[in-house]
Design a protein around this ligand. Sequence first.
Ligand SMILES: *Cc1c(COP(=O)(O)O)cnc(C)c1O
Length: 223
Amino acid sequence: MDFEKYTTLIEEVKRKGARLVAVSKTKPPAEILTLYDRGQTLFGENKVQELVQKYEQLPKDIAWHLIGHLQTNKVKFIAPFVSMIQSVDSMKLLAEIDKQAAKQERTIDCLLQIYIADEETKFGLSQTEAEEMLCSSQFTSLSHVHVCGLMGMATNTEEEEQIRREFRSLKTFFEKLKRTYFKENPFFCELSMGMSADYKIALEEGATLIRVGSKLFGEREYL
Ligand SMILES: *Cc1c(COP(=O)(O)O)cnc(C)c1O
């Protein structure tokens, strides 16, 4: 854990009025605690089982964001405690989150994951799919989710201008949705974009949440 990097990063993020999601996937609870002891209470995980285990082992005032692909049959495991699901990529998934949140007598904050990268592998909705979802009668009937904004991942490239263009397109789409579907809605205010390699660009382009893992915790080892 590089505390100097953490301190610099958190100051940069606060100066911009944004928030840091410390992405702790694959990292043990002890490492999460060292950041928690420095005041970091917002963490991101991408797998349900790992998220549940860490939630059980760690202080209960940690806010957990799910940032990875979520299968509908696993929503029930995180519905009791998850703070935000950033990776909503279908109406079916959002409807299941609504159902499980209602069972827990909670409202769950969600972001729609929008596909912005020039890559085949990434999950997410196209802009058209997202708008179709927001227009549907099924969407209007949901009562236990807050759609709080959008999440996106830029292409993994050295081309700074391409990354900037992709983030800018996400911000433009966010503003369009805000005007069109969420005008009087105070919840729709989050734009989650930027990771270790491109968070500086994301902050310049208006991110309110950045998701940083390896820059804080060091490179991940996948076993
Ligand atoms: C792993 C992950 C991150 C963090 O990536 P780093 O490059 O380690 O900062 C951010 N967002 C998502 C969706 C991730 O899966």
